[in-house]
Design a protein around this ligand. Structure first.
Ligand code: 3H9
Length: 708
């Protein structure tokens, strides 16, 4: 054995404890240690049965993802010896009981399925989440799981990667008993109960493998759904193929097919990108100058100002996390509308099966509507979500500073405005922070946290911790116009409008970017968000525009006609009663006329050019943001774009994507645009530097504070 795996005894029951914190991943040494223990158990006449259990807070969360690069490069044999180990466990003549708590994921569940029995404490989660990393189970999971839970459920678990809870696993036959109370004691008791019974090998079962006719229908439906719901991602389809092999081929051959598909996925750019996304998200939680042990402020109650779409959504986020929240609107009719919207959202959640009615009733009780500041003196944190205008924000913050208790955090949901200027009207700028939620706030995972010049470390640590509690991915950014997300979004949107002005149709621009993988085309996003928002901001900042620099005009032409997007039934598209977008030739004509008058030549534009113009505009601005220190790492920018702007995760985020294309190639294309379109395409100095040095954004570590 080694220090990662311990073998102990409870009289005639052997106990194998895996001890590899934090998640007992199957890192180098763990499979080897388990194998040694099983060898001893098989040879020890004094042992009747064995229990395999995880030390600490969990069973086994899977293979060690950090080691994947070594498998790819051939530094380590693929599949860390898991397949032979699992066969060794299954072939052990003594019954082996897998005792699970926390999570048994990926290789963890594969390990468990090789055991002869499985028990778990309530709340344990089991699953095959490999597709989320762009791979498929690689240690027999796609072959053993269908034998235990049936083909349809195995397809669902392997192709979507969502875990299931212990009670469902028990119903499906994936586990044999739920243990209430002490897991180890319960598992040892269970092991004693089954001593003498024949050991059952999962690989020998076939009663749940279904008939070819039944299975064909399952696989066809699953492939169709995977193509739709996980557009452009290869792993889910490979996972379905691997499960299909389990129903068609003998176990050994099925495993070989799984290995082949696993290797293809592991070596794909998609899996490299998705693994980058996994670690980038966790890295974003680490702020170099805010150590882990920084003290935090307890947030036991909150208040939100503004019961519009954003404010209402934010109140729901707090309530969903069990934090009581006051929701204030300026007048009763506005408040009533806001509360009605919240109720409606919850009704949809119940209809879709996301929440139970009981959960929703409880959450609604946590939201207290008000038109006064009564009770604000008790809130630990207030989030302002009023109309986007500096004068109004300042007025609200001055009032909040008067009514809120000392030590309460004052946060603004502004998406573009200067957080230092907002903080300047308070007596506590150290307690002011930007909390930029994304619409719809109760759905979108991103929370951009904006650090002002004076925001103290305690507030940053609190906000980071709170984002996790709220189910959000918090990313700390610096205070510049539009922060990181919207600052980059601006040139992306600008190019999409320029392309229309230069002759591309609205549909062609949206389709090119949708086909690239964006959740929605940029112009459809504009219609959803409301074109008037940008129009108003552009008017507010008009004085900052540089003379002679081209401005996107077509969106303003639409706004002048009252076409604000979906809410007015027309924007870039027309909308029917079901809010379905219909291409509108009037828009093409309007822009054509304007272009003729303005002297802008219209031409045919390819889908490739559309993608390059929009995505490289994003990348170029991302490079500036990084260089200026407004984002701490390229991975933070990627995390923001994937969780807040619908950038496809399997491409890793804009900065990772640019690295994959090659920065020299990206730089050359930007130079070409610079020659054609002028100063807006000035290449970012960091991009130039990295391209010339043959480096990547991922290798760039600014090592700077997040405020410049
Ligand atoms: C697999 O198993 C393939 C197989 O088929 C076999 C093929 C041969 N490896 O998320 P957290 C780290 S593929 C390495 O903040 P939570 C994580 O980076 C794998 N490290 O905690 C973080 O480090 P740090 C299939 C891992 O409580 C720390 O642990 N399995 C791994 O919110 C805490 O993580 C999966 O895909 C790992 N496998 O959530 C499961 N997992 O503190 C992936 C975690 O330095 N993991 N770390 O930032 C998860 O989903 C969540 O981490 C889990 C805990 C739910 C387990």
């Amino acid at each position: 054995m080694n220090e990662l795996v311990q073998l102990t005894w409870n009289s005639d029951i052997a106990i194998v404890t895996i001890d590899n914190p934090p998640v007992n991943a199957l890192s180098l040494g763990v499979p080897e240690g388990i194998s040694e223990a099983i060898e001893q158990i098989a040879a020890d006449d004094g042992v009747q049965a064995a229990v395999v259990i995880g030390g600490g807070t969990t069973f086994v969360a899977g293979a060690d993802i950090k080691e994947f690069e070594k498998f790819r490069s051939g530094q380590r044999p693929r599949g860390p010896g898991h397949l032979p180990l699992l066969r060794q466990i299954e072939d052990c003549p003594k019954p082996i009981v897998m005792a699970m708590h926390g999570t048994a994921l990926g290789g963890g569940l594969e390990l468990a399925m090789a055991g002869h029995y499985r028990v778990a404490v309530p709340g344990t989660q089991v699953g095959q989440p490999e597709v989320k990393l762009g791979i498929i189970p690689g240690a027999g999971g796609t072959q053993r799981l269908p034998r235990l839970v049936g083909v349809a459920k195995a397809v669902e678990m392997c192709a979507y990667g969502s875990p299931i809870k212990a009670d469902e696993a028990l119903r499906l036959g994936l586990i044999d008993r739920i243990i209430d109370g002490d897991l180890q004691a319960g598992a040892v008791g269970f092991a004693r109960d089954i001593v003498g019974r024949p050991v059952q090998k999962t690989r020998d079962k076939s009663d749940k493998l279904g008939t070819p006719q039944e299975n064909d229908a399952i696989f066809t439906a699953a492939r169709e759904s995977a193509r739709k719901k996980q557009r452009g991602v290869v792993a889910p389809l490979a996972a379905i193929d691997a499960v299909a092999a389990s129903a068609k081929l003998p176990f050994e051959e099925g495993c070989r097919e799984e290995q082949r598909l696993f290797a293809d996925c592991l070596n794909s750019n998609q899996s490299k990108a998705l693994i980058h996304v996994f670690f980038a998200e966790r890295e974003a939680a680490k702020i170099p100058d805010v150590p882990k042990n920084t003290s935090t402020i307890a947030i036991n109650s909150a208040a939100v100002i503004g019961a519009g779409t954003m404010g209402g959504g934010i109140a729901m986020v707090f309530a969903n996390a069990g934090i009581p929240v006051l929701l204030k609107e300026a007048d009763q009719p506005g408040l009533d509308r806001g509360i009605a919207r919240i109720r409606q959202n919850y009704v949809h959640s119940v209809e879709r099966g996301r929440f139970t009615q009981e959960f929703v009733d409880e959450r609604l009780r946590l939201i207290q509507p008000t038109v006064t500041f009564d009770g604000f003196d008790k809130a630990d944190m207030v989030i302002e979500a009023v109309f986007e205008g500096m004068a109004l924000k300042k007025e609200v913050f001055a009032e909040l500073d008067r009514v809120c208790k000392r030590g309460a955090i004052l946060a603004s949901n502004t998406s573009t405005l200067n957080i230092d200027e907002i903080a300047s009207v308070t007596s506590r700028p150290d307690l002011v922070i930007g909390t930029h939620f994304f619409s719809p706030a109760n759905v979108m995972r991103l929370l951009e946290l904006v650090r002002g010049k004076k925001t103290c470390k305690e507030v940053i640590a609190t906000a980071m911790q709170l984002s996790r509690k709220l189910g959000k991915v918090g990313v700390l950014v610096g205070n510049c116009r539009g922060f990181v997300g919207n600052r980059m979004f601006h040139p992306y949107m600008r190019e999409s409008v320029f392309l229309v002005e230069e002759g591309a149709t609205v549909e062609a621009v949206d389709k090119a970017l949708y086909d690239f993988g964006m959740a929605m085309g940029p112009l459809a996003v504009g219609d959803l968000a409301g074109l008037d928002v940008g129009w108003r901001i552009r008017k507010e900042y008009r004085h900052l525009e540089k003379p002679g620099v081209r401005q996107a005009v077509a969106g303003d032409l639409l706004c002048e006609l009252g076409r604000f997007g979906q809410k007015t039934g027309a924007g870039w598209y027309k909308y029917d009663q079901n809010r379905r977008a219909i291409p509108d030739p009037e828009v093409t004509e309007l822009v054509r006329k304007w272009a003729a008058e303005a002297g802008v030549t219209q031409r045919r534009i390819s889908a490739d050019e559309i993608v390059d113009r929009c995505i490289y505009a994003l990348v170029n601005e991302g490079a500036r943001v990084l260089e200026e220190g407004y984002a701490l790492r390229a991975g933070d920018v990627d995390t923001i774009y994937i969780n807040g702007y619908g950038f496809p995760a399997h491409l890793g985020g804009p900065m990772w994507f640019a690295d994959t294309v090659g920065l020299q190639k990206v730089y050359d294309r930007i130079l070409e645009f610079h020659r054609q379109h002028g100063s807006l395409w000035e290449p970012a100095p960091l991009l130039k530097q990295l391209a010339e040095d043959g480096k990547t954004f991922a290798s760039f570590n600014a090592g700077v504070e997040s405020t410049a």
